[in-house]
Design a protein around this ligand. Structure first.
Ligand code: MTE
Length: 301
């Protein structure tokens, strides 16, 4: 598989085990424990500092990317997508819907109220960012699409046009890139379609003009530059499953307990920092846990 382990982290930067354990304990106990501790005189001051989520600089968000249609190195997408135009752009909506339809991008977006939402973004390669996105809830669009009762999944496809996306001239991945969500995951209020970041229209390297954002999942669940959305009854295979099913699953939930076969997922390096942070279950979005009640998340990784 092409995604690489975090080999760039010098061992001197790895958090000492004692700090790691106390921080994990602190984060694991959450806000309830914090409130209880704060009520005891002197205890709050003894607590380790909470990790702060500072925005990742715009420069990093737009020059450190995975978008294999424009090359496999992190700097390639910004460089190789310079002439990529997204006008005109249409999106096909088909599969198990009341009536299939095609929309020009403006009509796709226009009925929705754009929102600003800052989310943590955790890549399976064990780096992370904090990104102020613009977009709208995926649920609002799904209601508009009127999926049939038999629809259980929603699948997304990236543009397939090797003339405009030079990486597609080589069979590095099975093109077009595709990803899918269970319908209830896609309807969760955290799931969005992204159209911008830092108050600006999305740049090609970040998935212009339309991408998915599911912040409790590893970054590879995000489908960039979407041209087709289809509703299915059967669980689709995503691009990385098609490429290497033993290393990449359908769910891709951020889960520090399930290591990637070639490296640990228990820690991450925030881009712009040297130390490693402890990775949180569901990337620190516990509100999605109820989507996976009763599921074995070691098997459904
Ligand atoms: N979508 C397409 N079409 N092609 C890709 O190569 N890479 C995925 C995902 N979506 C990818 C893609 C991976 S591995 C990650 S980590 C995220 O996009 C990166 O998104 P970002 O560049 O906005 O951080």
């Amino acid at each position: 598989m092409l995604l690489r382990p975090p080999a760039d982290i010098p061992s001197s930067e790895i958090t000492p085990e004692s700090t790691y354990l106390s921080r994990r304990d602190f984060l694991g106990r959450g806000a309830g424990a914090l409130a209880a501790a704060a009520a005891l005189p002197g205890v709050a001051r003894a607590m380790p500092p909470q990790d702060k989520d500072e925005l990742t600089p715009y420069e990093d968000v737009t020059t450190y990317n995975n978008f294999y249609e424009f090359g496999t190195d992190k700097a390639d997408p910004a460089e190789n997508s310079k002439g990529f135009t997204t006008k005109p752009w249409s999106v096909v909506v088909d599969g198990l819907v009341k009536k299939p339809f095609t929309l020009q991008l403006e009509d796709f977006i226009k009925p929705h109220k754009l929102e600003d939402r800052t989310y943590r973004h955790r890549c399976v390669e064990a780096w992370s960012m904090v990104i102020p996105w613009q977009g709208f809830p995926m649920a609002d669009f799904i209601k508009r699409a009127e999926p049939l009762g038999s629809a259980k999944y929603v699948q997304f496809f990236t543009l397939h046009d090797p003339k405009r996306m030079p990486g597609q001239e080589r069979p590095i991945l099975p093109w077009p890139y595709t990803e899918a969500l269970r319908l209830d995951e896609a309807m969760h209020p955290l799931a969005m379609f992204g159209t911008g970041l830092y108050g600006k229209t999305l740049l090609p390297q970040n998935g212009a003009p339309l991408r998915t954002i599911t912040p409790w999942k590893y970054g590879f669940k995000a489908c960039k530059s979407i041209v087709r959305i289809t509703f299915t009854e059967k669980q689709p295979l995503n691009t990385w499953q098609l490429t290497n099913a033993s290393e990449y699953g359908f769910y891709a939930n951020v889960n520090p307990e399930v290591d990637h076969p070639r490296w640990t997922q228990s820690k991450e390096r925030r881009i712009g920092e040297f130390r490693r942070r402890v990775t949180l279950m569901f990337n620190g979005y516990p509100q999605v846990a109820s989507l996976y009640g009763g599921m074995d998340l070691h098997k459904n990784f």
